[in-house]
Design a protein around this ligand. Structure first.
Ligand code: F6P
Length: 325
């Protein structure tokens, strides 16, 4: 009988809702293909320390709807060192693995790429609430995070309008203003402070005051952590004489939790299945991406050497529907 293919899977970097759906799809597809599949616990750190378990159907039962990652995750900057990656290579060799699926964001794709350059057949799956990975329209988790942010802002608006206040809401995004801009559009906020489009605070303060004079009961400014803190934006608005009483809310890590949306479950399931098919077909050194309506393989060389920017369409939408400073 032919030897069964053996693959590994891990989640790395910040967790994202839908990672479990991707793990489940990887495991179920691998088992359907008669592969053996091993899950490494705690990302690249777990790989280096040989912390793994062979996975079966029951290990991925009941996880589709759960946020977080059952394989746990970590930030492991030591993986940038070649000597540390060599340890990972030894583990993969001992286990006689034929391939590895790495589920994570931009930094994790760099780790995947580095391993792949050392000869390991690696396939990446983009997962990050930030949606900042080159080569895919969407990353797993961004849709759920956006739904969480928009619902939070809806609630903030209730209290803001009851008190005639303006709120500065800080959202995550690492180096990208995507979450802030898209959430601002979808929640009807007045402005987004993002690194991609500088804001003139004097003009913004004037606009908020005009709204207050016109009797608008609330105003919302969404700020990306990539541009400034909520506190900094609040101080700038104060310095520029905003009449509204101001409050700041930092949404923080609640943006990363929660049950994944339908959309995140579906893309995660596709990504997981396609990643196993890629390994089966000898197509390593790639990340599975979604471009328009297709699932595609993007070389990790390209993924890690290009920087994703906010799609022009969102900037145009913001320009038309939101007031901008
Ligand atoms: O990359 C996902 C992300 O949530 C970023 O938006 C944020 O900057 C970062 O992770 C926070 O990381 P940590 O949970 O390690 O503080």
């Amino acid at each position: 009988m032919a030897r069964r293919m053996r693959i590994g899977v891990l989640t790395s970097g910040g967790d994202a809702p839908g990672m479990n759906a991707a793990i489940r799809a990887v495991v179920r597809t691998a088992l359907e293909e008669q592969f053996k599949v091993f899950g490494f616990y705690g990302g690249f750190e777990g790989l280096v320390h040989s912390n793994f378990k062979e996975l079966d159907y029951e290990d991925v039962g009941g996880i589709l709807q759960r946020g977080g990652t059952v394989l746990y995750t970590s930030r492991f900057p030591q993986f940038r060192e070649e000597a540390v990656r060599r340890q990972a290579l030894d583990v993969l060799e001992d286990l006689q693995l034929d391939g590895l699926v790495v589920i994570g964001g931009e930094g994790s794709m760099k780790g995947a790429h580095a391993l792949s350059r050392m000869g390991v057949p690696v396939v990446g799956i983009p997962a990050s609430i930030d949606n900042d990975v080159w080569g895919t329209d969407d990353t797993i988790g961004a849709d759920t995070a956006l739904n969480t942010i928009v619902r939070a802002i809806d609630r903030i608006k209730d209290t803001a309008s009851s008190h005639h206040r303006a709120f500065v809401v800080e959202v995550m995004g690492n180096r990208s203003g995507y979450l802030a801009l898209v959430a601002a559009i979808a929640s009807g906020a007045e402005a987004a402070v993002i690194p991609e489009a500088p804001v003139d605070f004097q003009v913004l303060a004037r606009e908020l005051n005009r709204r207050a004079r016109e009797g608008r009961t609330n105003s919302i400014v969404v700020v990306s952590e990539a541009a400034a803190t909520a506190q900094e934006v609040m101080e700038k608005l104060r310095e520029n004489g905003v009449d509204y009483e101001l409050r700041a809310t930092v949404l923080g890590h609640l943006q990363r939790g929660g049950s994944p949306t339908f959309y995140d479950r579906i893309i995660a399931s596709h990504f997981g299945m396609q990643a196993v098919f890629a390994l089966r077909d000898g197509q390593a050194g790639v990340m599975i991406g979604k471009q328009h309506l297709s699932y595609v393989q993007v070389p990790l060389d390209e993924v890690t050497s290009r920087r994703k920017t906010i799609p022009q369409e969102y900037l145009a939408l913001a320009h038309t529907l939101m007031w901008e400073a």
